[in-house]
Write a protein that binds this ligand. Structure first.
Ligand code: FE2
Length: 427
C-alpha cells in the first residue's frame, strides 16, 4: 500500500498511542499501529499528540490587530471598546482590514488554528468590513475555513437601517445571522430582536450566533428567548449563544430552570474566557465577579460548549496571539476545571466542540476525515494546555502549511541536564 504521507508513532486525543496515520489524497486513509505502507514522506511523532486543528468559535476579524487606532481603551471596559470601535469605523479602509485579517490568519495557521467563526460588524452603510472579510474568506480558503456572522454591533433596532444592512450582508455571502439583544434600548427591544433575527435565519435556512447577555446584569435573560425561539422555529442544534456572561450572576433557582430549556433547544454555547475575565466585573469592588458563563454546569447538561478567543489586539483587548491553548488554559483556571476529565473537556472546547458548532465537515482524526492535523509537542491534551505546546507540524489537506521548532532550554548547571523540554515523562 502506498500513501502520500505517514505520521508514525502518534498519540491521539482519545488516548490511543503508538499509532500511525496514513494520508492519501488529502484525507486520512488509515489509523493503526505499525501501518504496513510506504509513503513519499514519513513524519516521526515520537509519541507526541496529533490532534485535529484548533477551531475558534468566536472572533472579530474586522477589528483584529488594530490596537491603538485611533487611541487606546483607557478604562478597559466593553462600552469604551464599543465607543472606540465607532470612532475607528469611519477611518477604516477595505485594504487595511484585509491586510490585518490576512496577517492574523498567518498567525492562526502557525498556531494550528484552521477554522474561525468571525463576527463582522454590519452597522456601516458602506458594509466595508463585510466586503473586506468576504474577500479574506475567499483568499484564505485553501488553508483556513472562515465562517462569517452578520453582527449588528450597535443593535439591529438601535442602529438606523441595521436590519436592511444585515440582510444585504447575508445576500453578499455572509453565512450566519448574528445579534446583540442586551445592547438594544430596552429588554423588550432585545427580545424582539431575538425573535426577528431567528425568523430571518429560519426563513433562509441559516445558523444563528448571537452575542447574548454579555453583561453582569443577572436580569439580562435574552438567552431564555433565544432558547424559546429556537424551539418554536425548529432551529434546534443550529443556534449558538455567545458569551452568556449574565448567567454567572443569575439566581441559582432561575438557572436550574434555564439550563434544561437550553438543553431542550440544543443551544450551542460559546464562552470567551480571556475576554470575560477582563471585561466583566468592572463595576464590582470586591469580591469581583469572574463573569464567565457556567461552563461546567452547561457541559454536565450535555450542551455543546466551545471557547472563543473573541479579540486579539483590538479596541477590547490588547493581548493574544491566536493561541487557542492559551484560551483553553484560561478557561481551566476561571472555571476551576482542574480535574483531569474537566481539563480534557477544555481541550475539546477548542477543537471538536467548536467544529460541531460551525458544522465543519470531515473534521477529526479518523479514517475518511480531511488530513487537517496538528502535531503538538505534548504527550496528551492536558500537557498541551499546560505548556502551550509548540505546533511542530500543521497540516491542511495532507500538506504541511506551518512548522515550529520544539521548545528547548539550554542549561549550564553543575550536575544537571544540559537541555530540558518541560515535558513530564512517566515510566
Ligand atoms: Fe464578541
Amino acid at each position: 500500500m502506498t500513501m502520500d504521507t505517514i505520521l508514525r508513532d502518534a498519540t491521539l486525543p482519545d488516548g490511543r498511542s503508538g499509532v500511525d496515520i496514513g494520508i492519501s489524497g488529502g484525507r486520512i486513509a488509515a489509523i493503526e499501529p505499525r501501518l504496513a505502507a510506504t509513503a513519499a514522506e514519513e513524519i516521526g511523532c515520537n509519541g507526541m499528540l496529533v490532534a485535529p486543528p484548533f477551531v475558534d468559535a468566536h472572533f472579530h476579524m474586522d477589528a483584529t490587530l488594530s490596537l491603538g487606532l485611533p487611541r487606546l481603551n483607557r478604562s478597559g471596559t466593553l462600552l469604551e471598546g464599543i465607543a472606540l470601535w465607532s470612532e475607528l469605523k469611519p477611518q477604516l479602509t477595505q485594504d487595511a482590514i484585509v491586510e490585518r485579517a490576512l496577517a492574523y490568519c498567518d498567525w492562526a495557521v502557525a498556531q494550528g488554528l484552521l477554522a474561525i467563526r468571525s463576527h463582522v460588524d454590519i452597522c456601516d452603510p458602506r458594509l466595508l468590513a463585510v466586503d473586506a472579510l468576504l474577500e479574506v474568506k475567499r483568499r484564505v480558503k485553501p488553508y483556513l475555513d472562515l465562517q462569517l456572522v452578520a453582527f449588528p454591533q450597535d443593535g439591529v433596532f438601535r442602529f438606523p437601517g441595521a436590519m436592511d444592512l444585515l440582510t444585504e450582508a447575508l445576500r453578499r455571502g455572509v453565512d450566519v445571522v448574528g445579534g446583540i439583544p442586551h445592547f438594544e434600548r430596552t429588554m423588550e427591544d432585545g427580545a424582539r430582536s431575538v425573535r426577528a433575527l431567528c425568523e430571518l435565519a429560519a426563513d433562509r435556512g441559516l445558523r444563528v450566533d448571537m452575542h447574548c447577555d454579555e453583561t453582569d446584569d443577572p436580569l439580562s435573560r435574552h438567552v431564555e428567548t433565544l432558547a424559546c425561539e429556537t424551539q418554536r422555529l425548529g432551529l434546534q442544534g443550529r443556534v449558538t449563544g455567545s458569551h452568556l456572561t449574565s448567567m454567572h450572576s443569575m439566581d441559582n433557582y432561575y438557572v436550574s430552570k434555564l439550563i434544561p430549556l437550553m438543553a431542550e433547544a440544543r443551544l450551542g454555547v460559546v464562552a470567551n474566557p480571556l475576554i470575560n475575565i477582563t471585561i466583566q466585573g468592572r463595576h464590582d469592588t470586591y469580591p469581583k465577579r469572574r463573569g464567565m458563563t457556567r461552563v461546567p454546569e452547561l457541559m454536565a447538561a450535555g450542551l455543546t460548549i466551545a471557547f472563543g478567543h473573541d479579540c486579539v489586539m483590538d479596541p477590547w483587548y490588547s493581548l493574544g496571539s491566536a493561541d487557542m491553548l492559551e484560551v483553553a488554559g484560561m478557561a481551566v483556571h476561571v472555571a476551576q476545571m482542574t480535574g483531569l476529565d474537566a481539563m480534557r473537556r477544555c481541550f475539546d472546547a477548542v477543537t471538536s466542540q467548536p467544529a460541531e458548532l460551525l458544522g465543519l465537515d470531515g473534521y477529526g482524526v479518523a479514517p475518511g476525515c480531511h488530513a487537517d492535523l496538528v502535531l503538538l509537542e505534548a504527550q496528551d491534551p492536558i500537557e498541551a494546555i499546560r505548556t502551550r505546546a509548540a505546533r511542530l507540524v500543521v497540516m491542511r489537506r495532507g500538506k504541511i502549511v506551518a512548522r515550529s521548532p520544539a521548545r528547548r532550554a539550554q542549561l549550564a548547571l553543575p550536575g544537571r541536564p544540559r537541555e530540558i523540554d518541560f515535558l513530564l515523562r512517566r515510566p
